[in-house]
Design a protein around this ligand. Structure first.
Ligand SMILES: NC(=O)NCCC(=O)O
Length: 416
């Protein structure tokens, strides 16, 4: 950032897309903290009202977590934040409060380290954060996309395929003990090797039940072909549809990363009855940051469910530089994964985001009764006209489809 003098006042001039090389926002680790520290309290209140919405007419409440958990977060240097979404009290239904935990983390070892050491180091790094989630009473925990490896899909090098493992492989086994210990459902996004089908590879989220059992899996539906996200070199579009997993704590689904740009993907999870949709992601600042909260909040609003968004954090450097096919020089990294994990509610409110440049654990209580209350209030399902769209889509997917375009006849007339 540079200072310049204009009208006798010192002004700061922004240079480039991100002003701080350490992944912070001008020295602050989140937009929320930048605003809070720089605005007058009543200005901050108004800005927050518009930026993160009011929840039940008020700013979102924070939750006090056990002292021991805060101590662990300080010791291990991860951001710890906790919030609560309420619902109106109902006469015929008890509240259904679920505590959700989201973990974002950087990779601890350089990508040049032995693969097995890299994986072990990630497990070791995650242990205290998962323990902190368990000690906070988290019911459902979700990790970031392909959390057990560096996000090497930019490189197009096949050697990273070695990280792939079966659904019941070592990563699942590692997490099963935590699920059992803390009576916690865990969503574990991995690079999957499907042994029974010719050892093909998928981008998969494994759902581990609160008894340590494997409930099922979902494979990423939409594979990016944008920027350095060369994921199509490694795996194909998923073949598991839009499953919703009925767990001890609610009906959940997983929309993996790039699937968040596809409104019909969100819709299908909603049609199957999801109450919380998790969006484990790996995405970088220059590409997607302005979309990040908008898409999640829009999905939560449109589908009357909670959306829990998790992004990787940090910059991962690879041994061999690669190009983006845009004529620019080869580079060894994707750019900065901007963290900023957060939760969006169906009433259009959302939590502040976790840090942009540090590991983090976000704990959020949500009363799932809010989903039906919002359906009753706004009636999006009732007014949705799915039959109309089913007809349009049925036409659209046929090779002889023609757009329903009515041109102004005067466009074709010669001017007099
Ligand atoms: N991991 C992944 O699908 N990233 C694509 C980039 C984006 O969707 O922002």
């Amino acid at each position: 950032m540079e200072k310049k003098i204009q009208n006798g006042e010192e002004e700061e001039e922004l240079k480039g897309p991100s002003s701080s090389g350490d992944g912070s926002i001008c020295g602050y680790d989140s937009l929320h903290r930048l605003l809070k520290d720089n605005l007058k309290p009543h200005h901050f209140q108004e800005v927050s009202r518009l930026l993160t919405g009011l929840h039940c007419g008020k700013a979102l409440e924070t939750i006090d977590l056990p002292e021991s958990v805060s101590t662990v977060s300080v010791k291990h240097g991860f951001d710890l934040q906790a919030f609560r979404f309420h619902a109106d009290k109902e006469l015929l239904r008890e509240p259904r409060v679920v505590r959700v935990g989201l973990i974002q983390n950087s990779i601890p070892l350089p990508t040049t380290a032995h693969f097995s050491d890299q994986k072990k180091a990630i497990f070791k790094k995650l242990e205290p954060i998962i323990d902190a989630a368990g000690a906070s009473g988290v019911n459902i925990l979700c990790l970031q996309e392909a959390w057990m490896m560096p996000f090497a899909f930019c490189t197009r090098e096949k050697r990273w395929c070695e990280f792939a493992e079966p659904v019941d492989g070592e990563t699942t086994k590692f997490l099963q003990s935590f699920a059992l210990k803390y009576n916690m459902v865990i969503i574990s996004p991995i690079l999957e090797r499907d042994i029974n089908h010719g050892e093909v590879i998928w981008n998969t989220a494994v759902v581990i039940g609160n008894h340590g059992n494997i409930i099922g899996k979902h494979r990423k539906n939409h594979i990016p072909r944008v920027g350095d996200f060369n994921e199509s070199t490694y795996y194909m579009e998923g073949n598991t549809g839009h499953p919703v997993f009925e767990t001890a704590f609610g009906k959940i689904a997983i929309n993996i990363c790039y699937g968040r740009h596809h409104p019909l993907n969100w819709l299908a999870f909603g049609l199957n009855g999801a109450e919380i949709v998790f969006n484990p992601s790996a995405t970088v600042g220059e590409l997607s940051e302005p979309m990040w909260t908008i898409e999640a909040r829009n999905a939560a609003i449109a589908n009357s469910y909670f959306v829990a968004s998790i992004n990787r954090v940090g910059t991962e450097i690879f041994p061999n530089p690669f190009t983006s096919g845009d004529g620019k020089p080869a580079h060894p990294d994707f750019g900065h994964f901007y963290g900023s994990s957060h939760v969006s509610a169906p009433d259009a409110s959302c939590t502040p985001s976790l840090s942009r440049n540090r590991d983090g654990l976000l704990v959020t209580d949500m009363d799932l009764n809010l989903c039906r209350q919002l359906k009753d209030k706004w009636g999006f399902r009732m007014t949705s006209r799915y039959d109309l769209y089913a007809e349009t889509l049925a036409h659209y997917v046929k090779p002889d489809f023609e757009p329903q375009l009515i041109s102004d006849p005067l466009l074709r007339k010669k001017s007099l």
